[in-house]
Each structure stands twice: as structure tokens, then as C-alpha cells.
Design a protein around this ligand. Sequence first.
Ligand code: ADP
Ligand code: MG
Length: 259
Amino acid sequence: MALTHSPEALRAEGIRKSFGSLEVLKGVDLTACKGDVIAIIGGSGSGKSTLLRCLNLLEHPTAGSLRIDGEEVGLTPDGRGHLGAASNAQIRRIRTKLAMVFQSFNLWSHMTLLENVTEVPVRVLGIPRDKATVEAMELLDRVGLADKANVYPAFLSGGQQQRGAIARALAVQPKVMLFDEPTSALDPELVGEVLKVITSLAEEGRTMILVTHEMGFARDVANHVVFLRDGLVEEQGLPAQVLGNPKSERLARFLGNVG
Ligand code: ADP
Ligand code: MG
């Protein structure tokens, strides 16, 4: 169900990204309205991670425009042919509006789970530690890890670490959650517990953009699927259409291989 009347959370237009002479993104448009769950699918090397990283300025696009939560991101040339945000303050603001969960669990290893979740709220957002701790405990409870608050990441399973990373992302109260293959580094038996948490976030109406190879999950949870091929959107639409009745032969072949 497309939430056509919801306000826009993110609009990316004409996003291009080159690494040296390699053009990885060749002009990608992507719009997420509030409550949308967008699944990005595509073969290895098609530019999925680079696109997510351009959205929250972990990579600076070579061209394009970005509007996040009503704020035009001042992408200005940095003298090396790349576009940077207008200021570090804006980059910080964007990173909290677009929190990202990566493929490999990237909790800070020298901090407990609770410290991982409170770190950015306390140090970057200036939230008093007591308040941040209460909120972090609620989030850890949400992802089923309240009893692990004082544990270091090394003592958690991959699934627990990834659920912890989701709690940490939620702690900045992001407008849009970005997930880059959040389950592909997990042992198969741990995938379900992470997908369950992500599904519950979708059900509560969070706006999310997920790169995933889990096609069944994309079909069930997303309301829009984007097939990226060679740095361009090859096909997009409703999950049932894109995944069940693809128009593009490339997409049909891709689905045949992953399914
Ligand atoms: P995907 O996530 O779809 O597998 P990526 O976005 O990671 O694809 O990568 C797309 C292409 O960009 C690949 O050819 C990859 O080697 C290249 N690439 C990604 N990041 C960099 C980088 N920092 N420097 C050079 N090339 C990169
Ligand atoms: Mg990738």
C-alpha cells in the first residue's frame, strides 16, 4: 500500500557517484514518504551500499540533490569534483535523521551494549545521561536485550549484536532508518530474530530503506521495491509486481538466481 498522502521524509534526485574513473551511481532518484518501507535489491556491485552511503553522506555524491525531512542538503562542490554538505553541523544533523545499520555488526567493542546505545544521545545530542539511560533501556527491551545491557559486544551472538545496533540507531530518533543487508553476515539460525525486530519497526510505521537479499522479507514488509542494476534504477514498484511479475529480463534473471 503506497502512502501517497504522507509527507516526504527523503527525496534524492539524480544521485551520481564516481570512484576515480568508475561511475558507480549514474543518476538515481529515490523518494521515501513517511511510513514507507523501501527495499533496494540488486546484484553485487550494482551500487546499493554506495547509494545508502550517499544518502547519509558517508559518501559524498558526485552530483545530485538531497532533501531530508524538509531540509535541502546544501551539497556544495568540495574542489575535488565531489559534493559535500554545507557544514559539519548539517552532516551531524543528517546522520541523526538517517541512522544506518550495517551488514557487519559495528557496535563499539570497548563499550557495553548500554554505553553503545547512550553514546550518541549523550555526547552528540546533549541528552542528560540519566534520561538517555532510561530511553536506552526501553530500546534494549524492545529488541529483547534488556538483560544484556552491561555486556560487551564480544560476548553477544551476531543476532544480538545486530539487534543492539538497531537499538543504537533508534536512540537518535531517526526520521529514516537505513539498513544495509542487516542479516547477510548472520548465521542462518539468527536471521529470523533480526528480521522480526525490523518487521516490528515497519509495523509501527517507521520509515525505512533496506538493502536486502531476503526476497520473502522484502515482499512481506516493503511497500515499494527498487531494483538497482549497474548504478541505475532498472525497475521499481509494488513488491508483488516487481518480485512476482518483473518486466525487466535482468530482474527476472536476478530473481531466478537469488530465489
Ligand atoms: P553493492 O552494495 O550493490 O554490492 P557497492 O555500492 O558496494 O555495491 O559497490 C558498487 C561498486 O563501487 C563496486 O564496483 C565497488 O567495487 C565500487 N566501490 C564501492 N566503494 C568504493 C570505494 N570506496 N572506492 C572505490 N570503489 C568503490
Ligand atoms: Mg553492498
